[in-house]
Design a protein around this ligand. Structure first.
Ligand code: IPM
Ligand code: MG
Length: 365
Protein backbone atom coordinates (compact mmCIF):
# COMPACT_ATOMS: atom_id res chain seq x y z
CA UNK A 1 0.00 0.00 0.00
CA UNK A 2 1.02 3.59 -0.64
CA UNK A 3 -0.34 6.17 1.77
CA UNK A 4 0.33 9.80 2.54
CA UNK A 5 0.44 10.70 6.20
CA UNK A 6 0.47 14.31 7.35
CA UNK A 7 2.68 14.85 10.39
CA UNK A 8 1.84 17.77 12.66
CA UNK A 9 4.29 17.52 15.56
CA UNK A 10 3.21 20.85 17.08
CA UNK A 11 4.70 22.18 20.31
CA UNK A 12 6.54 21.03 23.41
CA UNK A 13 7.01 17.26 23.50
CA UNK A 14 4.92 16.92 20.31
CA UNK A 15 8.02 16.60 18.06
CA UNK A 16 9.66 14.17 20.55
CA UNK A 17 6.77 11.72 20.48
CA UNK A 18 5.80 12.05 16.80
CA UNK A 19 9.37 11.17 15.83
CA UNK A 20 9.04 7.86 17.69
CA UNK A 21 5.65 7.10 16.13
CA UNK A 22 7.22 7.61 12.68
CA UNK A 23 9.89 5.06 13.65
CA UNK A 24 7.12 2.58 14.39
CA UNK A 25 5.35 3.37 11.10
CA UNK A 26 8.63 2.97 9.19
CA UNK A 27 9.17 -0.38 10.86
CA UNK A 28 5.66 -1.42 9.79
CA UNK A 29 6.32 -0.25 6.22
CA UNK A 30 9.53 -2.27 6.12
CA UNK A 31 8.01 -5.34 7.73
CA UNK A 32 4.84 -5.43 5.56
CA UNK A 33 6.13 -3.85 2.35
CA UNK A 34 4.09 -0.62 2.45
CA UNK A 35 5.14 2.84 1.34
CA UNK A 36 4.27 5.67 3.68
CA UNK A 37 5.02 9.16 2.49
CA UNK A 38 5.12 11.84 5.18
CA UNK A 39 4.25 15.51 4.78
CA UNK A 40 5.16 17.66 7.73
CA UNK A 41 3.24 20.84 8.56
CA UNK A 42 2.96 23.45 11.29
CA UNK A 43 0.18 23.78 13.83
CA UNK A 44 -0.29 25.54 17.17
CA UNK A 45 2.31 27.76 18.79
CA UNK A 46 5.12 26.95 16.34
CA UNK A 47 2.78 27.88 13.47
CA UNK A 48 1.87 31.13 15.23
CA UNK A 49 5.56 31.98 15.62
CA UNK A 50 6.41 31.15 12.01
CA UNK A 51 3.34 32.49 10.21
CA UNK A 52 1.19 34.41 12.68
CA UNK A 53 -1.58 31.79 12.24
CA UNK A 54 -2.12 28.73 14.44
CA UNK A 55 -3.58 26.80 11.49
CA UNK A 56 -1.93 28.21 8.33
CA UNK A 57 -3.44 27.59 4.87
CA UNK A 58 -0.46 25.39 3.87
CA UNK A 59 -1.27 23.11 6.79
CA UNK A 60 -4.90 22.98 5.75
CA UNK A 61 -3.86 21.93 2.22
CA UNK A 62 -1.46 19.32 3.55
CA UNK A 63 -4.00 17.64 5.84
CA UNK A 64 -6.77 17.68 3.24
CA UNK A 65 -4.48 15.98 0.71
CA UNK A 66 -3.34 13.29 3.16
CA UNK A 67 -4.89 9.90 3.89
CA UNK A 68 -4.52 10.48 7.63
CA UNK A 69 -3.06 12.97 10.07
CA UNK A 70 -0.78 12.26 13.03
CA UNK A 71 -0.55 15.07 15.56
CA UNK A 72 1.70 15.60 18.58
CA UNK A 73 0.44 18.34 20.88
CA UNK A 74 -0.14 22.08 20.85
CA UNK A 75 0.22 24.90 23.33
CA UNK A 76 2.58 26.24 25.96
CA UNK A 77 3.02 29.15 28.37
CA UNK A 78 4.61 31.25 25.63
CA UNK A 79 1.23 31.54 23.88
CA UNK A 80 -1.02 31.66 26.93
CA UNK A 81 -2.06 35.32 26.78
CA UNK A 82 -5.85 35.16 27.26
CA UNK A 83 -6.28 38.33 25.20
CA UNK A 84 -4.38 37.08 22.14
CA UNK A 85 -6.45 37.00 18.96
CA UNK A 86 -5.10 33.57 18.01
CA UNK A 87 -3.96 30.74 20.29
CA UNK A 88 -2.48 27.28 19.65
CA UNK A 89 -5.71 25.59 20.79
CA UNK A 90 -7.69 27.48 18.17
CA UNK A 91 -5.47 25.85 15.55
CA UNK A 92 -6.35 22.42 16.90
CA UNK A 93 -10.10 23.15 16.84
CA UNK A 94 -9.80 24.51 13.29
CA UNK A 95 -7.95 21.35 12.27
CA UNK A 96 -10.69 19.13 13.76
CA UNK A 97 -13.37 21.15 11.99
CA UNK A 98 -11.53 21.14 8.64
CA UNK A 99 -11.20 17.37 8.75
CA UNK A 100 -14.82 16.90 9.86
CA UNK A 101 -13.70 14.55 12.63
CA UNK A 102 -16.84 14.47 14.75
CA UNK A 103 -16.07 11.42 16.86
CA UNK A 104 -13.06 11.17 19.13
CA UNK A 105 -12.38 7.60 20.25
CA UNK A 106 -10.32 7.23 23.40
CA UNK A 107 -9.73 3.57 24.26
CA UNK A 108 -8.87 2.75 27.87
CA UNK A 109 -7.29 -0.67 28.35
CA UNK A 110 -4.69 -0.55 31.09
CA UNK A 111 -1.59 -2.57 30.32
CA UNK A 112 -0.75 -5.06 33.09
CA UNK A 113 2.27 -2.91 34.09
CA UNK A 114 -0.18 -0.31 35.27
CA UNK A 115 -0.97 -2.50 38.25
CA UNK A 116 2.41 -1.45 39.63
CA UNK A 117 1.96 2.26 39.11
CA UNK A 118 -1.72 3.00 39.56
CA UNK A 119 -2.68 5.29 42.42
CA UNK A 120 -5.87 3.19 42.62
CA UNK A 121 -6.28 -0.24 44.16
CA UNK A 122 -4.75 -2.60 41.56
CA UNK A 123 -7.81 -4.90 41.60
CA UNK A 124 -9.94 -1.94 40.53
CA UNK A 125 -8.18 -1.58 37.16
CA UNK A 126 -8.33 -5.35 36.58
CA UNK A 127 -10.43 -6.12 33.49
CA UNK A 128 -10.90 -2.48 32.52
CA UNK A 129 -11.48 -2.27 28.76
CA UNK A 130 -13.68 0.48 27.43
CA UNK A 131 -13.76 3.16 24.73
CA UNK A 132 -14.96 6.70 25.27
CA UNK A 133 -16.47 8.32 22.20
CA UNK A 134 -16.34 12.06 22.65
CA UNK A 135 -18.36 14.26 20.28
CA UNK A 136 -15.70 16.58 18.86
CA UNK A 137 -17.24 19.28 16.69
CA UNK A 138 -20.09 20.68 18.74
CA UNK A 139 -21.17 21.82 22.17
CA UNK A 140 -19.37 24.52 24.11
CA UNK A 141 -16.25 24.24 21.96
CA UNK A 142 -17.96 25.63 18.87
CA UNK A 143 -21.32 27.15 19.94
CA UNK A 144 -21.93 30.83 19.14
CA UNK A 145 -21.96 33.32 20.68
CA UNK A 146 -18.73 32.72 22.52
CA UNK A 147 -17.32 36.03 23.64
CA UNK A 148 -16.40 38.47 26.32
CA UNK A 149 -18.18 41.78 26.35
CA UNK A 150 -19.34 44.68 28.48
CA UNK A 151 -22.74 44.36 30.08
CA UNK A 152 -24.78 46.50 32.47
CA UNK A 153 -22.93 44.97 35.45
CA UNK A 154 -19.48 45.30 33.91
CA UNK A 155 -17.42 42.59 32.20
CA UNK A 156 -19.36 39.51 31.18
CA UNK A 157 -18.67 36.47 29.02
CA UNK A 158 -20.79 33.87 27.30
CA UNK A 159 -20.26 30.43 25.77
CA UNK A 160 -23.00 28.52 24.05
CA UNK A 161 -23.85 24.85 24.24
CA UNK A 162 -25.60 24.01 21.01
CA UNK A 163 -26.36 20.66 19.39
CA UNK A 164 -28.47 19.79 16.36
CA UNK A 165 -30.17 16.47 15.83
CA UNK A 166 -27.81 15.24 13.06
CA UNK A 167 -24.75 16.14 15.13
CA UNK A 168 -25.99 14.08 18.04
CA UNK A 169 -27.34 11.24 15.99
CA UNK A 170 -24.14 10.53 14.00
CA UNK A 171 -21.99 10.22 17.10
CA UNK A 172 -24.60 8.13 18.95
CA UNK A 173 -24.83 5.84 15.94
CA UNK A 174 -21.10 5.28 16.01
CA UNK A 175 -21.48 4.46 19.71
CA UNK A 176 -24.15 1.84 19.04
CA UNK A 177 -22.11 0.36 16.21
CA UNK A 178 -18.93 0.14 18.22
CA UNK A 179 -20.82 -1.36 21.17
CA UNK A 180 -22.39 -3.94 18.85
CA UNK A 181 -18.93 -5.04 17.73
CA UNK A 182 -17.74 -5.30 21.36
CA UNK A 183 -19.52 -6.33 24.59
CA UNK A 184 -22.80 -4.73 23.50
CA UNK A 185 -23.14 -2.20 26.25
CA UNK A 186 -23.48 1.53 25.55
CA UNK A 187 -23.37 4.13 28.30
CA UNK A 188 -24.66 7.53 27.20
CA UNK A 189 -23.43 10.27 29.52
CA UNK A 190 -25.37 13.52 29.81
CA UNK A 191 -26.71 16.10 32.24
CA UNK A 192 -30.37 15.66 31.32
CA UNK A 193 -31.56 16.88 34.71
CA UNK A 194 -30.26 20.37 33.85
CA UNK A 195 -29.40 20.83 30.17
CA UNK A 196 -31.79 21.01 27.23
CA UNK A 197 -29.01 19.72 24.91
CA UNK A 198 -28.72 16.67 27.17
CA UNK A 199 -32.46 16.01 27.11
CA UNK A 200 -32.38 16.04 23.31
CA UNK A 201 -29.30 13.79 23.42
CA UNK A 202 -31.10 11.29 25.67
CA UNK A 203 -34.25 11.33 23.54
CA UNK A 204 -32.25 10.58 20.37
CA UNK A 205 -30.30 7.83 22.14
CA UNK A 206 -33.57 6.17 23.14
CA UNK A 207 -34.90 6.46 19.59
CA UNK A 208 -31.77 4.94 18.06
CA UNK A 209 -31.79 2.12 20.63
CA UNK A 210 -34.72 0.50 18.83
CA UNK A 211 -32.45 -0.02 15.80
CA UNK A 212 -29.89 -1.81 17.96
CA UNK A 213 -31.92 -4.24 20.10
CA UNK A 214 -28.82 -6.32 20.87
CA UNK A 215 -27.10 -3.33 22.52
CA UNK A 216 -27.92 -2.57 26.14
CA UNK A 217 -28.22 1.21 26.54
CA UNK A 218 -27.82 2.95 29.89
CA UNK A 219 -28.01 6.66 30.68
CA UNK A 220 -25.70 8.08 33.32
CA UNK A 221 -25.50 11.68 34.50
CA UNK A 222 -22.04 13.12 34.00
CA UNK A 223 -21.37 13.76 37.69
CA UNK A 224 -22.25 10.18 38.55
CA UNK A 225 -20.20 8.98 35.57
CA UNK A 226 -17.14 10.74 37.02
CA UNK A 227 -17.64 8.71 40.19
CA UNK A 228 -18.39 5.36 38.50
CA UNK A 229 -15.24 5.68 36.36
CA UNK A 230 -13.24 5.23 39.55
CA UNK A 231 -15.72 3.06 41.47
CA UNK A 232 -16.53 0.45 38.83
CA UNK A 233 -14.46 1.14 35.69
CA UNK A 234 -14.62 -2.47 34.51
CA UNK A 235 -18.40 -2.19 34.09
CA UNK A 236 -18.06 0.08 31.02
CA UNK A 237 -17.82 -1.05 27.40
CA UNK A 238 -18.53 1.99 25.21
CA UNK A 239 -19.23 5.44 26.64
CA UNK A 240 -20.61 8.14 24.35
CA UNK A 241 -20.86 11.76 25.40
CA UNK A 242 -20.77 15.38 24.29
CA UNK A 243 -17.59 17.35 23.68
CA UNK A 244 -16.70 18.91 27.02
CA UNK A 245 -17.97 16.04 29.19
CA UNK A 246 -15.75 13.79 27.08
CA UNK A 247 -12.77 16.10 27.46
CA UNK A 248 -13.07 16.01 31.23
CA UNK A 249 -13.93 12.34 31.69
CA UNK A 250 -11.07 11.15 29.47
CA UNK A 251 -8.43 12.91 31.57
CA UNK A 252 -9.93 11.10 34.53
CA UNK A 253 -9.90 7.84 32.55
CA UNK A 254 -6.20 8.38 31.84
CA UNK A 255 -5.55 7.61 35.50
CA UNK A 256 -6.97 4.14 34.85
CA UNK A 257 -4.62 3.74 31.88
CA UNK A 258 -1.72 4.39 34.26
CA UNK A 259 -0.47 7.61 32.70
CA UNK A 260 -1.47 10.28 30.21
CA UNK A 261 1.41 8.85 28.23
CA UNK A 262 -0.60 5.67 27.65
CA UNK A 263 -3.78 7.21 26.19
CA UNK A 264 -4.07 7.36 22.38
CA UNK A 265 -6.97 8.80 20.44
CA UNK A 266 -8.54 8.55 17.03
CA UNK A 267 -10.80 11.29 15.70
CA UNK A 268 -12.92 10.06 12.83
CA UNK A 269 -14.94 11.65 10.05
CA UNK A 270 -17.88 10.13 8.19
CA UNK A 271 -16.79 7.07 6.20
CA UNK A 272 -15.99 7.55 2.50
CA UNK A 273 -17.25 5.25 -0.27
CA UNK A 274 -14.50 2.73 0.45
CA UNK A 275 -15.61 2.53 4.07
CA UNK A 276 -12.40 4.10 5.38
CA UNK A 277 -12.58 7.23 7.48
CA UNK A 278 -10.40 10.26 7.30
CA UNK A 279 -8.89 10.60 10.72
CA UNK A 280 -6.78 12.64 13.05
CA UNK A 281 -4.65 10.65 15.48
CA UNK A 282 -3.11 12.13 18.58
CA UNK A 283 -2.13 11.31 22.13
CA UNK A 284 -4.54 12.85 24.64
CA UNK A 285 -1.74 14.40 26.66
CA UNK A 286 -0.67 18.01 26.26
CA UNK A 287 2.58 19.55 25.09
CA UNK A 288 4.34 19.32 28.50
CA UNK A 289 6.75 22.17 27.66
CA UNK A 290 8.63 21.64 30.93
CA UNK A 291 10.06 18.34 29.66
CA UNK A 292 10.23 19.06 25.91
CA UNK A 293 13.37 17.89 24.14
CA UNK A 294 14.68 16.22 27.29
CA UNK A 295 14.08 12.59 26.41
CA UNK A 296 11.55 12.32 29.24
CA UNK A 297 8.26 11.99 27.39
CA UNK A 298 6.54 8.63 27.02
CA UNK A 299 5.99 8.13 23.27
CA UNK A 300 3.63 5.16 23.70
CA UNK A 301 0.35 7.11 23.45
CA UNK A 302 1.49 8.52 20.10
CA UNK A 303 2.74 5.15 18.87
CA UNK A 304 -0.62 3.64 19.88
CA UNK A 305 -2.29 6.49 17.98
CA UNK A 306 -0.27 5.48 14.91
CA UNK A 307 -1.68 1.96 15.33
CA UNK A 308 -5.20 3.41 15.38
CA UNK A 309 -4.32 5.34 12.21
CA UNK A 310 -3.37 2.10 10.46
CA UNK A 311 -6.59 0.44 11.69
CA UNK A 312 -9.18 3.12 11.02
CA UNK A 313 -7.86 5.23 8.15
CA UNK A 314 -5.76 2.71 6.20
CA UNK A 315 -7.69 -0.47 7.03
CA UNK A 316 -4.45 -2.24 8.08
CA UNK A 317 -5.67 -4.32 11.04
CA UNK A 318 -2.77 -6.81 11.16
CA UNK A 319 -0.29 -3.95 11.08
CA UNK A 320 -2.13 -2.12 13.88
CA UNK A 321 -2.05 -5.25 16.00
CA UNK A 322 1.64 -5.69 15.30
CA UNK A 323 2.32 -2.28 16.84
CA UNK A 324 0.10 -3.02 19.84
CA UNK A 325 1.77 -6.38 20.43
CA UNK A 326 5.21 -4.79 20.13
CA UNK A 327 4.28 -2.25 22.82
CA UNK A 328 3.01 -5.03 25.09
CA UNK A 329 6.21 -7.01 24.57
CA UNK A 330 8.51 -4.12 25.31
CA UNK A 331 6.60 -3.21 28.47
CA UNK A 332 6.50 -6.84 29.57
CA UNK A 333 10.29 -6.93 29.13
CA UNK A 334 10.55 -4.12 31.67
CA UNK A 335 11.07 -0.99 29.58
CA UNK A 336 9.77 2.03 31.48
CA UNK A 337 9.72 5.74 30.78
CA UNK A 338 9.72 7.93 33.89
CA UNK A 339 5.92 8.16 34.08
CA UNK A 340 5.66 4.36 34.30
CA UNK A 341 8.51 3.56 36.64
CA UNK A 342 8.18 2.74 40.29
CA UNK A 343 10.57 4.55 42.60
CA UNK A 344 14.08 3.16 42.11
CA UNK A 345 13.22 1.34 38.88
CA UNK A 346 15.52 1.99 35.89
CA UNK A 347 14.12 4.48 33.41
CA UNK A 348 14.70 4.80 29.67
CA UNK A 349 14.23 7.87 27.47
CA UNK A 350 11.82 8.73 24.68
CA UNK A 351 14.12 7.59 21.85
CA UNK A 352 15.11 4.36 23.57
CA UNK A 353 11.46 3.45 24.07
CA UNK A 354 10.75 4.21 20.41
CA UNK A 355 13.77 2.16 19.29
CA UNK A 356 12.72 -0.83 21.34
CA UNK A 357 9.18 -0.77 19.98
CA UNK A 358 10.41 -0.39 16.38
CA UNK A 359 12.80 -3.31 16.91
CA UNK A 360 9.96 -5.46 18.30
CA UNK A 361 7.89 -4.62 15.20
CA UNK A 362 10.70 -5.73 12.89
CA UNK A 363 11.11 -8.95 14.90
CA UNK A 364 7.37 -9.69 14.94
CA UNK A 365 6.19 -12.87 13.29
C1 IPM B 1 -7.88 17.34 24.36
C2 IPM B 1 -7.28 18.66 24.78
C3 IPM B 1 -7.83 19.76 23.87
C4 IPM B 1 -9.34 19.80 24.04
C5 IPM B 1 -7.21 21.15 24.09
C6 IPM B 1 -5.72 21.14 23.92
C7 IPM B 1 -7.84 22.17 23.17
O1 IPM B 1 -7.55 18.93 26.11
O2 IPM B 1 -7.70 16.96 23.18
O3 IPM B 1 -8.49 16.68 25.19
O4 IPM B 1 -9.83 20.42 24.98
O5 IPM B 1 -10.03 19.21 23.20
MG1 MG C 1 -8.46 17.32 27.13
Amino acid sequence: MRATIALLPGDGIGPDVVREAVKALDAIAQRFGHQFEYRQALIGGCALDATGNSFPPETEQTVLAADAVLLGAVGGPKWDDPRAADRPERGLLALRKTLGVFANLRPVRPHPVVRDTTPLKPELVEGVDFVVIRELLGGLYFGQPSERRMGPAGREAVDTMFYSEPEIRRVLRLGFELARSRRKKLTSVDKANILATSRLWRELANELASEYPEVQLEHVLVDAAAMYLIQRPASFDVIVTENMFGDILTDEAAVLAGSMGMMPSASLAEPTNGGVRRGLYEPIHGSAPDIAGQEKANPIATIQSAALLLRYSLGLEAEARTIETAIDEVLAAGARTADLARPGEPVIGTKAMGDRIAAAIIRAR
